[in-house]
Each structure stands twice: as C-alpha cells, then as structure tokens.
Design a protein around this ligand. Structure first.
Ligand code: 26Q
Length: 825
C-alpha cells in the first residue's frame, strides 16, 4: 500500500447528473445492455454497482486506517449471516438515498421498482444468523474494527411455497443473476485439509512433532462484501468462503483415463459450500455439515494469522493482544483445536504457551438451552475426517480433566459429566464443552438464559470457572429495523426529537412525555394505520388476499417450533372462533391474526402445524358468521424482506414460548421498537422488555420458568387441563377429530397426541387459560384506541436498550477489549 495512491471518487454522489451518466455507463459497459432495451433488473444491477463503487473508497480508507493504527480487531465467526436485501440499506447508511432517488426519477424510473429486483442474501436460518447481520451493522456504525467470516452458500435458506396448505421447499437461487455487492478475490485462496493420517516424529530438539499427511484438500476462495455503517464513514468487511477444487483435480483430467470421474470428483469437492443446512436445531452427524464447519474455520484462521510469522518476526505470542475471535454458537468451535494445531505444528509452540494464547483469543456465545440441541460429533467421523484435530481435542481433554481432578480429587462422576467426550451410546465430542474450556468468556443472550445456562446445561462448568460466564442481552439494529423499514414512524420520531436516536437509541426516551400528548397520539395512530394499509396493499397485490386494515393485526412470525408454541396461538384462534360462532354478537374488536415462518424440512410436527394453521384459516375465513370479526392468514416464505414489511404494521406481537426455552428472541425487540404491544411469557428477552417498558404496558401470562420446572417435577398431566376446561377440550377435539380436515379426519391426530398422549412437553395446556385471559385484556384495551396508542408510544420510548449498538459496546468492552477507530484519525 503506498501513500502516493490517494483515494478519490470518479463522481461525487452529490452530483445527480454525474450519477445518471454513471448509471448509463454501467448499464452499457458492465451489464452489456442497450439503454433502449432494458429490464428493471438490468437497472437494479447497474445501480447496485454504482453504489458499491461509492462504498469501495470508504472501505479502503477504513482498512488503511485499521492497518496504520495497528489496532486490535475482532473477528466474528458464524455459519450464518442473514443479511437480507442490501440496496436501500447501503443508500441510507451511506447517506446517498436522496441523490440516487432523484437520479433514478429523472431517468423516468422508480427506485422502489428497482429495489424489489434484488434477491435477498438469506444465508441463515433465523435469529442467530440475523443477529450476526445486526452485529455487522453496529460494528461499522460504531467505527469498530470488526470483520465477519462465514460461508458463501450457493443456496441460502430455502424458499417456502404453500401448496394446498402444505409447506413446499424450493431452492434459493439467490446468485442466479449475479451478486453485485461482492468482490471475488480469486487470488485469496487457502488450502483446507481433510482425511489423510498423522505421522509423529522427534525433531532435533527431541520434541515430538506431528504432520498431517496424504490429505484430500479443498481450496477456500474469498468473496468480500463491504459493510457500511450509518454515516458511511466506516465501511467494514464480510469475508465469505467458497469451496474450489484444488489444481490436483485439473491434473487428473489429463493424466487419468477417466475424465468424467475426475470432473465428478472436482464437483464433489466444490459441493462443500453449496447449501445452508435448513435446520435451526441440530440435524446431527451429517458429515457435510462438519466439513462445512471445519472448512470455513480453517480458511478464516489462516487468513487471520497470515501476518504472523512462524520463524520469529511478528510472533503469535501477541495474538490475544491483536485479535479477538467470537464464536457464534458452537458451529465454529472447531477453531479452538485448529488454532492449537497451527500453534503447535506450524509455529512449534509448547502446549502451555499455545493453550494460553488460544484461550485468551476465543470467546463463545451460546444460543440455546435445550440439551438435545447442543452440538456433538461422533468421534468415529472426526477420526476419519480430521484425524489431527481429533488428537488435539483428546489432548485438550486430558489437560482439562487432569486439572479438574486436581481440584476435585476423587470425583469420578464429575469427570464423566464434564469430559469433552461423551462416552455413552457411541462416543461423541461435546462441542459446547470444548468451546467453554477453550474460551475466556462464555455469554448467554438474555438475562434469564444466562442464569439458566449456569444452573442447568453448564452447571458444572459455572462452578469450575465462575468468572467465565456472563450475560450480554441481544439487540437489533435500529437502522434496518426502524429507519429503513418504517419511514412513517421514523419521520414522526425525528420530527419530535431529532435524529440522534438513529445512533443512540436511548434517546427515544425523550418520546415519553408525548405519550400523554393527544395530538402526538393521533399522529402515532395515523402512522400505524398507514403501515397497515401499505401491508394490506402488498398482500392484495401479491396473494390476492384482502386483509382488513381496520382490524387489530395480531402476529406471530418466527421459525415453526414446538417450543415457540404456534399451536397455543391456534388454540386461542379456535377458541375465539367457537365463541363467535356461539354468539355472533360478541363485541370482540376485529382481529386479523397473521402467522408466518419456516419449518425444517425434516421436522414432521412443525410441518403439520403449518398445515393446521392453513386449514383453520380456510375454515374461519369462509365462515360468514365470523368474517367481520376474525381473519387468519399464514404469510408464506417469511424472510428478512417480509419481516421488514410486516413488523411496522403489527399491533400485537406474540412471544409465547414456554418459559425457559427461548434463549432471547429478537423479533420481540423489533416489534416493540415499531410500536406493537407484546403478549408474551416470562421467557428470554421478554423479561427485560417488561422491565424496560413497565409491567402495565405489556401483556404477560403463563407460568414462570421455575413454575414450569416444578410442574414437570411434580408430574404434569395435560389431561387434567383437558378435562378441567370445556373450551380447551372443544378446541383440542376439533383438531384431533377432523373438524378442520373433513376429507382426512385423522390428519392432525399427531398434534393432538403430542399434547395429550405424549405429555405436552411445552406445557401448552397448562398455560392455555392464562393466555386466553390475557387475550381478553388485549381486546379490552384495543377498544380504546388512545389508551392503546399511549402504551404503544411508551413501548417505543423505552425500547432504546434493545439496540445492537448497546449489545456490541458490551461485547467490545467486556469481552474483546477493542476500541473505535475514528475515521480520519
Ligand atoms: C447445528 C448443527 C447442524 C445443523 C444446524 C445447526 C443449527 C443451525 C442454526 C443450530 C442452531 C441454529 C440457530 C439457532 C438460533 O437461531 N437460535 C436463536 O438465536 C437467537 C439469537 O441469539 C435467539 O434470539 C433465539 O432465542 C434463539 O432461538
């Protein structure tokens, strides 16, 4: 890098004429289209390229700043980055929106029609992947040197179609028309080893040195995406790896007689980065998944360490002072033995030194409490796929267990419980334990979750390492989730309190007095009404379905899971339906109940829940006796773009998981920020939402985590609740006996059976009555629009804590020890 090369823009983005010219040039010379014969997609691609050009210089300046400042950096390793669309986000964060909008309009087009052409980057399943994307936005906005590392899946999260009420999965071909935001770094290639065997030999100094030989290798090629922060001064980088066959395959084309086989092998090694696993729990033991994990971890570590010199020079000893690595769940936790392998086998460090460096570099975030969702890998599989890595895991375990026995002599059961290897039922590596042992900090994602982590799944470890466990409550980026997605509310807020809230969300507190200002409340109500109208318009246009914008929009949008209890929502819907049928004059305020979310393709019960929602919707929506009071809609293919359309229009946010099961939730935060009221359990971050907004401004129901625990300890019988509540029994019987599926009466029997014959693991029946009561309070408040709006305004005013800027600041100071690098010095 030479200082003579001053960075300068081709055209200033303030020059609208210049932008128009740049767009036409791009269309002709990069897209190869005659301006007289174009589609919206051509213009979108041209536009995206011009926007990217303008980010690129700031990006280079940012990278130069980090390099020259020689600052500590953080690397966020995640199997998932659920980014969504980029165009509008980049224009707004960079501050280019107005000029580009004007240029497009003067060219006789509409920015909106172009931006809908963008395919979203859906490289994640749900909360965990979206959190990673919010964190990237916050890192850049707060000028922190933070880099994402992940996989450039060719197929992201599947696209969900609903056919005859059933979920159908379609491949997500997001790269079909090219990805205008990324830079392919064809020269940034690393070799990743698999299989082979280990040879151990004594070196000149009498030390045992290991070599991993005769491996089958795959190359990792880098693709970089600029990540602009708000204000556009800092532009960070997201580096995603794509699998490429090694040159060895090319040679074999020529040397081997079997050309087709050689090409086939090449293809198979490139399959590694083909597809995201669409399961947000665990579908364990799948070799390809483990290969994906090791692939991106190995490439990322090689990249992170490239400036360090095995032969002295810039020594790895200072690694923890220069680098922090955050593991997004256990998915990248193989990085711990992999770094050890590099330090031992390549840099020749002693075990103790290497281990000290490793532990001071890594930290691990846990996102689930469900013991069966904790990742484990069969030893047999690792032995074949990653033999040297497995040896190191064994060595880590040996050192660790030796330490434990010296602190707790004679406690054999403790050793069995905490061992990194689960010896029962086929030996498996416990990745969460590996991550805890190899990290200096382990965090949960909401207060309750972090507390339960210490008393349940990681109890033994919390005793061994009390200072290692901390809580950092999740957050969401206010840029994407308010400024960009909800311009009506953003403008209202800005008119009231200025713009500072965009980068300091705690400023929303200045809205508090306006909750008692009736003219502000009227404006707030009008904003929500506008957003509901916009959503209804989109739904009409896309699906031909008419949502009633005068009804309360009551919404549960998230992955379909038994623990999230979409079925409890359905039980309420059926109860409401039955009450209205029995008494059509009930003065219920009209409700439009919307559910949306994807089921893992192999999760039978979750898929059946989707079918049930659609069948119930079908029955209710065709019953004229209730049609003015109740409507149900399953929103297909819920993803980031759909979330940005739905959330601004929501009145009631459903957060009804069994207490103690939802680690945090982040949709709950987005809806609070957008002026919805929450009906929810004391679970995950709902608890902190209640603390912030005040218990009189949220509808809390159901048993606490402690009560749920006690219920099952005592011996929970769902039948008691079934016989104890006639309305509940009626609703369950209707599901079980085919009221919603006349053509196949037993269709939903498996759901009935889960709840009654299989013990109702998530205690839906135990929480039913309290849920129905809370829904009654919702109706009551909704009848008074001003009283409802007052509470909704207070929710917005008190949601500042849930900004991912606050979250990231906590990580930066409590875990990473990194500080902002202010642009231009
Ligand atoms: C693991 C192994 C093999 C295949 C798939 C997986 C896998 C993939 C994704 C396991 C878990 C996930 C995703 C989990 C997730 O999204 N968890 C959510 O994380 C959010 C952010 O912290 C929380 O708000 C949610 O409560 C939590 O459910």
């Amino acid at each position: 890098m030479s200082a003579q090369h001053d960075l300068c823009n081709e055209v200033e983005p303030t020059d609208v004429e210049g932008l128009k010219q740049a767009l036409v040039n791009r269309l002709i010379y990069s897209i190869g289209k005659d301006p007289l014969q174009t589609t919206n997609r051509d213009w979108f691609l041209a536009l995206a390229q011009v926007v990217r050009d303008h980010m690129t210089l700031r990006w280079m300046e940012t990278m130069r700043g980090y390099y020259l400042g020689n600052v500590k950096r953080v690397y966020y390793l995640s199997m998932e980055f659920l980014i969504g669309r980029t165009l509008r986000n980049s224009l707004l964060n960079m501050g280019f929106y107005e000029q580009f909008n004007q240029a497009i309009e003067e060219m006789g087009m509409e920015l909106d029609s172009l931006r809908y052409m963008e395919e979203e980057a859906g490289l994640g399943n749900g909360g965990l992947g979206r959190l990673a994307a919010c964190f990237l936005d916050s890192l850049a906005t707060m000028h922190l040197p933070g880099f994402g590392y992940g996989i450039r899946y060719e197929y992201g999260m599947f696209s969900q179609a609903i056919e005859n009420g059933y979920q159908i999965e379609r491949p997500d071909t997001w790269l079909r028309y090219g990805n205008p935001w990324e830079f392919a770094r064809t020269e940034v290639l690393y070799r990743v080893q698999f299989r082979g065997h280990v040879s151990a030999q004594y070196d000149g100094q009498g030390r045992l040195r290991h070599q991993w030989l005769d491996t089958e290798d795959v190359m990792a090629m880098a693709f970089d995406t600029p990540i602009p922060g708000h204000g556009g001064q800092t532009v960070n980088n997201l580096r995603l790896w794509s699998a490429k066959a090694t040159r060895d395959f090319d040679l074999r084309y020529f040397n081997e007689g079997n050309y087709i086989k050689a090409v086939d092998d090449k293809n198979r090694s490139e399959n590694l980065s083909k597809v995201l696993y669409p399961d947000d729990t665990t579908e364990m033991g799948r070799e390809l998944r483990l290969r994906q994990e090791y692939f991106f971890v190995s490439a990322s570590l090689q990249d992170i360490l490239k400036g360090f010199d095995p032969d002295g020079g810039h020594s790895v000893e200072s690694l923890p002072n220069e680098v922090a690595i955050q593991l997004n769940d256990t998915h990248p936790s193989i990085a711990i033995p992999e770094l050890m392998r590099i330090l031992l086998d390549q840099h020749g460090l002693e075990w103790e030194k290497a281990w000290d460096i490793t532990r001071r570099t890594f930290s691990y975030t846990n996102h689930t409490l469900q013991p069966e969702a904790l990742e484990t890998w069969p030893v047999k599989l690792m032995e074949v796929l990653l033999p040297r890595v497995l040896q190191i895991i064994y060595d880590i375990n040996q050192h660790f267990l030796r330490d434990v026995s010296s602190r707790f002599p004679g406690d054999a059961d403790l050793i069995r419980r905490v061992s990194l290897i689960d010896e029962e039922g086929g030996r498996r590596v416990r990745m969460a334990y590996l991550a805890i042992v190899g990290s200096h900090k382990v965090n949960g994602v909401a207060k309750l979750h972090s507390d339960l982590m210490k008393t349940t799944i990681f109890r033994d470890f919390a005793k061994l390492y009390p200072d290692r466990f901390i809580n950092i409550t999740n957050g969401v980026t206010p840029r994407r989730w308010l400024t960009h997605s909800n311009s009506a509310l953003s403008n209202l807020i800005t008119r009231a309190i200025g713009t500072e809230w965009i980068t300091d969300l705690s400023q929303l507190k200045h809205l508090t007095p306006l909750a008692d200002d009736s003219s502000f409340l009227r404006e707030f109500i009008a904003v929500k009404q506008t957003n509901k109208g916009l959503l209804a318009g989109l739904v009409k246009k896309r699906h031909g379905i008419e949502l009633d914008p005068s009804a309360m929009f009551d919404t549960q949008i998230k992955r379909i899971h038994e623990y999230k209890r979409q079925l409890l929502n359905v039980l309420h819907i059926i109860t409401r339906y039955n009450r209205l049928r029995a008494n059509p004059n009930l003065d219920y305020p009209a409700r439009c109940i919307i559910l949306g979310g994807k089921a893992a393709p192999g999760y039978r019960i979750a898929k059946l829940i989707i079918k049930l929602i659609n069948d119930v919707a079908d029955t209710i929506n065709h019953d004229p006796a209730v049609s003015s009071k109740l409507q149900v809609w399953f929103a297909p293919n819920y993803n980031v773009s759909r979330a940005m359309e739905l959330i601004p229009a929501i009145d009631l946010s459903e957060q009804i998981s069994t207490a103690g099961t939802e680690a945090s939730g982040t949709g709950n935060m987005k809806m609070t920020l957008n002026g919805a009221l929450t009906i929810g359990t004391l679970d995950g971050a709902n608890i902190e939402i209640r603390e912030e907004v005040g218990k009189e401004n949220i509808f809390i129901f159901g048993k606490t985590a402690a009560e749920i625990h006690e219920l099952f300890q005592r011996g929970y019988s769902p039948w008691d609740y079934y016989y104890g509540n006639a309305e509940l029994r009626q609703a369950l019987d209707m599901i079980g006996n085919g009221f919603f599926s006349h053509e196949e009466p037993l269709r939903f029997r498996p759901l009935f059976d889960e709840l009654l014959h299989n013990g109702d693991r998530y205690a839906l029946l135990a929480d039913y009555e309290s849920y129905i009561t809370a829904q009654g309070k919702v109706d009551e408040l909704y009848r008074n629009p001003e009283a409802w709006a007052r509470k909704a305004v207070l929710n917005v005013a008190r949601s500042g804590y849930f900004s991912s800027d606050r979250t990231i600041n906590e990580y930066a100071s409590r875990i990473w020890n990194v500080v902002p690098v202010l642009p231009n010095g």
